[in-house]
Write a protein that binds this ligand. Sequence first.
Ligand SMILES: Cc1ncc(C[n+]2csc(CCOP(=O)(O)OP(=O)(O)O)c2C)c(N)n1
Ligand SMILES: [Mg+2]
Length: 629
Amino acid sequence: MLILLRQGRIGKWFSGIGQEAIAVGAALAMRADEYILPMHRNLGVFTARKVPLRNLIAQWQGKVTGFTKGRDRSFHFGTQKHKIIGMISHLGPQMALADGIALADVVAGKEKVTLVFTGEGATSEGDFHEAVNVASVWNLPVIFLIENNGYGLSTPVNEQFNCAKLSDKAIGYGIEGLQIDGNNVLEVLDTISQLADKIRSNPRPVLVECLTFRMRGHEEASGTKYVPAGLLEEWQLKDPLQNFEDYLIAQQLLTEESIQTIRAGFKTEIDQQIDKAFSDAEPASSPEEELEDMYAPYLQRAVPPSRVSTKMRYLDAISDGLKIGMQKYSNLVLMGQDIAEYGGAFKITQGFSEEFGKARVRNTPICESAIVGAGLGLSINGYKSVIEMQFADFVTCGFNQIVNNLAKTHYRWGEKADVVIRMPTGAGTGAGPFHSQSNEAWFTKTPGLKIVYPAFPLEAKGLLLAAIDDPNPVLYFEHKYLYRNISGQVPTGYYNIEIGKANVLKQGTQFSIITYGLGVHWALAYLAENLHISATVVDLCSLQPWDKTAVAGVVKKTGRVLVLHEDTLSSGFGAEIAAWIGENCFSDLDAPVMRCASLDTAIPMNKLLEDQFLAKSRIQATVQKLLAY
Ligand SMILES: Cc1ncc(C[n+]2csc(CCOP(=O)(O)OP(=O)(O)O)c2C)c(N)n1
Ligand SMILES: [Mg+2]
């Protein structure tokens, strides 16, 4: 690999030279049907699980025979066949995936262990803390293995943390922790085997710190100049391969000759596989295929609503949909803060833990990142999840897992991310900057996510069920102001509503209002109060994908368009709609597309300030401007 790197014949690669005993020893301690989540130096996990060398090398070259169709580099991929789930560059998020995988095993009653690696550097990330803590609170059979190789890139351990041993951190989480010699393959194999045996039958996490040293640069190009003199030489004497060879010779299990034969055999095989990988094809994808692969293939089977219906509040419709989802899928798990006995901050899951049990209706610690990551882990291991953000504002703390892990996993290596995130959102209650934001535009620009935003009880239930059915990650925005302020007839039993379809609520002649969420109710109220104005109202219902056909249709009929939303103006989702109409419907327009949105400020608490902030206060003025053009 070093030679190929120097020749510029493979992409970025992180060497595990000096650390081989950890990856190999730990991987061999696991059963073949148990998941391993390695990091960037863990080639030994892939070879121990017999991942074909040709495909590995092709992966590093971006060839079509790699694991990501040339879309991602190095060890950034997974393979369900080998039960290996690769990392994303951000390091720490990996650990929560192990929690989710282990949780699926526990809920299914399987006695299995999950092994996840981290460098000592990534233990400074919040994701480490969150994942270990959740695993401890939930008694998940996860082995958290820290490879302490002395450096995070160029930063030595004494500039990274201030505890004597990283394994001592286990004390703070209430779990067992131990520190071992990571350069002794038998010690690693033995330790991990014994721990795995113990926690398979008595599920709980453990923290294992393996002491080792990184013998090459972080990646080859950056070198090792910052390593103090003598340190590399000192660790060279502890080289795990050399020492194991010496041991095997001393035990008379190998001879100098047999070692030569083994090495020659490896060399021949590696050379052959490299040649094959080099002659493999480059990816020949099209823009269409690239776009399509952002999502797991899925065709919703339409189930129309029954004719029998009950009057329900918006909030009860969500609750009803969620309950039907839980009944439909025995592999669906709900996670969120205070959602079990307490019933959730807004009481959407009231009574759920009694009906479905606490294994499937899970209170979580306050750790959005770990819970979203656990959702992906559940999905990888055959489960579905609906995660409740207590308030949509708090999604910031789980942002990375959503935009980098959930959104990109299918594109990168073809694995679905079957997770729904419920987002209690929006203003109107004087709750201030951190309990009222409209943040859908943070996600509409992230390919790989689906986004729905129902405005009525009927859509709230049908879209939630469609979101749960869909194997792709769906952000489900539910407006807090509508919870108890809007009621409507909601069909009983299961039905679904197609994601990506808009509703034309009202036909008018002068212009069209294109909106969603609370904006729909503002528009309807405005027209009810101004009967001399005749406008079409489109409720988008879904923002990703969104219904371009319906929008083009109403633009053609009315020639004037007002895009209305509660989110702030600049770069809000309305900007996308306006741009699209400008590009695609120009000849149908009699006036520029106008946007009515909230002020480009944070959202204030005081009711007068909040009213001034919200788009609603500017509808009249914008309509006048549009009609006067
Ligand atoms: C969130 C994040 N910050 C910074 C980086 C850049 N980076 C990549 S690897 C690395 C060092 C990681 O150190 P450690 O966890 O000890 O693993 P090691 O490389 O030593 O095996 C850094 C800083 C990153 N990938 N992700
Ligand atoms: Mg390190």
